[in-house]
Write a protein that binds this ligand. Structure first.
Ligand code: DOR
Ligand code: ZN
Length: 436
């Protein structure tokens, strides 16, 4: 039997502080002044208790690019960021387009044991956009793959996308689309607008994203299927989501912390740490995304944690790979962009970082209410903390954070996965345990 007691914590930041007793992975008691006896105590004074976060969009790079991240280091970053479940994207080497790879990712995640790693299966073989992968066999494996995406690439052929939606619908799984019409982004490296024009960077139009969002909403409508839009980045996408939802189309969407906070004025320095796909847009787009997340037009936050090697980032802007680290900074960016300005309260944070992503993917043990009898997948947040981001202090192997040297509000202090401490005070595992 394992047991611990969280003392004086405020669930969802509401009401008077309470004690929460966790036994064998389950919340067994919530009341004031519970006796600790000789069990481990976590001091929750001044802290907020939330359901563990769920990230629908993480690149863990294993198999194939273990020089940039592994399931172990990415899991550590996730636990430190307050995550209890992550979905690992399929653009690995080899591609996760078959159950050998997806089951490996699942098993390795379990072995590491810091976060539930759910592999995302590829929609098409080798992410080639031409031939559907065997979603059924990946779904039937031990990983029970429930989300499929060619992320990094768009399933741009409308007939293939239509077939994918029909197939996914019959299996009860989800297609997540990286919405990018490739004919409009050939050679593009930055958001198409005044900044890119001035800096001489090839522009990436909003229409490249929006045309696919509109098309896929219609395809989902006709197939009676669900579709999920990865990393929404434009004000126009927000309008299309509103329209599609108003029609009753089963469409959901995520936004990344970096698209909520940053804009293309960052490109000035030509530092490729700011290169990401979809690109950082204009400040008006970021404002529209924040409002959409507050209003529920965008359903959830996803990090698109995308580690890259130094040689793939410290080079000419056009040659650099797109992507940014995100797992360890996500909560602080959401507090900065959403909680501090009054767009979300802590209930809202629980919704967009835990409950909604769990619901979208049908995870029945994540994003649960903080209540007796529920699994103890939990995170404690110190809302009054502030910290300065230092890439070299992050658990990721890679260092490509755009938030370097920024001082951010709020910090995850403790993460519990099924009642086990997976991160505490910046260290992985139980208190005092070493990150390695
Ligand atoms: O910036 C990005 N990086 N966007 C993607 O869609 C893929 C990702 C990656 O794999 O590096
Ligand atoms: Zn993507």
């Amino acid at each position: 039997m394992t047991e611990l007691l969280i003392k004086n914590v405020r669930p969802y930041g509401e009401g008077e502080p309470v004690d929460v007793r966790v036994r064998d992975g389950v919340i067994v008691e919530i009341a004031a002044d519970l006796a600790a006896g000789d069990v481990e105590v976590i001091d929750g004074a001044g802290q907020i208790l939330l359901p563990g976060f769920v990230d629908l969009h993480t690149h863990l790079r294993e198999p194939g690019r273990e020089d940039t991240e592994t399931i172990e280091t990415g899991s550590a970053a996730a636990a430190l960021g307050g995550y209890t479940a992550v979905f690992a994207m399929a653009n690995t080497y080899p591609v996760a387009d078959n159950p050998v790879v997806t089951d490996y990712v699942w098993r390795r995640g379990r072995e590491v044991g810091l976060v539930d790693v759910h592999p995302v299966g590829a929609v098409t073989v080798g992410l080639n956009g031409k031939q559907l992968a065997e979603m059924g066999t990946m779904n039937a494996g031990v990983a029970g793959v429930r989300m499929f995406s060619d992320d990094g690439h768009c399933v741009d052929d409308p007939l293939i996308m239509r077939r994918a939606l029909e197939y996914a619908n019959s299996l009860g799984v989800l297609i997540a689309q990286h919405a990018e019409e490739p004919r409009l982004t050939k050679g593009a490296v930055a958001h198409e607008g005044p900044n890119a024009a001035r800096l001489g960077l090839a522009g990436w139009p909003r229409a490249a994203e929006e045309s696919i969002v509109a098309r896929d909403a219609l395809l989902a409508r006709d197939a009676g299927a669900r579709v999920h839009i990865c990393h929404a980045s434009t004000a126009g996408t927000v309008e299309l989501l509103k329209w599609a939802k108003a029609q009753g189309i089963s469409i959901t969407a995520e936004v990344t912390p970096h698209h909520l906070l940053l804009d293309d004025s960052r490109l000035e320095t030509y530092d490729a740490v700011n290169k990401v796909n979809p690109p950082l847009r204009e400040s008006g787009d970021a404002a529209a995304l924040r409002q959409a997340l507050a209003d529920g037009v965008i359903d959830c936050v996803a990090t698109d944690h995308a580690p890259h090697a130094e040689q793939d980032k410290c080079c000419e802007f056009a040659a650099a790979r797109p992507g940014m680290l995100g797992l360890e900074t996500a909560l602080s960016i959401i507090v900065d962009t959403m909680v501090t300005p009054g767009l979300l309260d802590w209930r809202g944070v629980a919704a967009v970082m835990s409950e909604n992503p769990a619901r979208i993917t049908g995870l029945d043990d994540q994003g649960r209410p903080i209540a007796v009898g529920e699994p103890a997948n939990l995170v404690l947040v110190d809302p009054d903390a502030s910290w300065t981001v230092r890439a070299k202090e992050l658990a990721s192997i890679s260092a490509n954070t755009p938030f370097e040297a920024m001082t951010l509000p709020a910090r995850v202090t403790t993460t519990l996965l099924r009642g086990r401490v997976t991160a505490r005070d910046g260290k992985v595992g139980t208190a005092g345990a070493d990150r390695s």
